[in-house]
Write a protein that binds this ligand. Structure first.
Ligand code: SF4
Ligand code: SF4
Length: 338
């Protein structure tokens, strides 16, 4: 189907005003996803958003419940259930990141907070405008126009979007807004294929993951990690920006006598106190252990546990690490070091 660009605002406003719309917003030089009240707030003028939309499902700070001591003992009050939501404008790598996190939160542990939002959210993906120097998604078998994991996928063709409806949730969107979508002609589909081919030619990096996962265990004791970790300043940027990182801490925030809130807050395995035990023992006492763990997780552990890659090749950490620690360089090094 085709959605004319002049109709996009109408489409988004229906969600903003009737249900909930979470969409990319540009603020103070950064693009991030948040709930908006109007399509006027939404931007489509970006390449890779600064922050991935994982924060919709796993907010940086999330209230799990409020607690208070009442006459009957401890009383707990959980937040209201999630609203039906359209998450608009997720890039293919970030959609894949959400899928990788489904296996963590919606899998064996059945996290109610994640699952509630996930079940009530329809994901409208948006193809990339161009390939950035850090991008290496195609190493993971997908690309800048892939819709896998999204419910519907929009690809920009200049004055219109070609829209694919990929799941039952996507079909429900089409059925609810048939007045806005027109049929795609053979020319539209051909233009989308040309666009896909053009984007595929733009990649700056060739990243070959073959044999990397299998080699990681054998490198656990390698001095390579010590050398690599010397550059790391432990800022945690790589983890906070990553669409698949999901470390969190749980804290109680007292508010007045006998009551307060229990919060789940993003944490980072790159911080020294992340694994610090109350006894004072720390199983990852130095940067070497923390840097090694991060790459082990991205390139091996996540796949071992869930059968899905723990990196999606978005390139954010490549572009944003202040010490220029580059996961694609690490991938190449792993293949070389003995
Ligand atoms: S490890 Fe880096 S490239 Fe891979 S998904 Fe995370 S931020 Fe993106
Ligand atoms: S962004 Fe770079 S310097 Fe900061 S913690 Fe990550 S690897 Fe270390």
């Amino acid at each position: 189907m085709v959605l004319l660009k002049e109709q996009l605002k109408v489409f988004l406003d229906r969600y903003a005003q009737r249900d909930a719309l979470v969409a990319p917003v540009s603020e103070e030089g950064a693009v991030a996803y948040r709930r908006v009240k109007s399509a006027e707030e939404v931007t489509v003028d970006f390449d890779l958003p600064t922050l991935p939309p994982k924060a919709h499902f796993l907010p940086q700070t999330e209230e799990l419940y409020r607690y208070a001591y009442g006459e009957g003992g401890m009383e707990l009050k959980t937040p209201p259930p999630a609203a039906q939501t359209l998450l608009f404008g997720a890039r293919p790598c970030d959609v894949r990141g959400i899928t990788a996190l489904d296996s963590v939160f919606a899998g064996r542990f059945g996290d109610a907070y994640w699952s509630d939002k996930r079940e009530k959210t329809t994901i409208a993906g948006l193809s990339c405008r161009r390939v950035l120097p850090g991008c290496f998604c195609r190493a993971y078998g997908y690309g800048p126009t892939s819709g896998e994991g999204a419910d519907l996928m929009l690809t920009d063709l200049g004055d219109r979007y070609v829209v694919e409806f990929l799941t039952a949730k996507g079909e429900a969107v089409l059925n609810a807004h048939r007045d806005l979508f027109g049929p795609a002609g053979a020319g539209d589909l051909e233009e989308k294929e040309n666009r896909t081919a053009n984007l595929a030619r733009q990649f700056y990096r060739e990243v070959d993951l073959r044999g990397v996962r299998e080699k990681m265990d054998g490198l656990f004791a390698s001095p390579y990690w010590e050398r690599l970790a010397r550059k790391c300043i432990g800022c945690g940027i790589c983890t906070y920006l990553c669409p698949t990182c999901h470390c969190f801490d749980i804290v109680d925030e007292p508010a007045g006598p006998g009551g307060g809130r229990r919060l789940r807050c993003w944490d980072s395995c790159m911080f020294a106190d992340f694994t610090l035990h109350t006894s004072g023992h720390n199983p990852r006492p130095g940067k070497k252990e923390r840097v090694r763990n991060r790459f082990m997780h991205k390139l091996k552990y996540h796949h071992d546990r869930y059968g899905l890659d723990g990196c999606v090749g978005c390139g954010r950490c490549v572009a944003m690490c202040p010490a220029n620690i580059d996961i694609t360089r690490v991938i190449a090094d792993v293949k070389e070091v003995g």
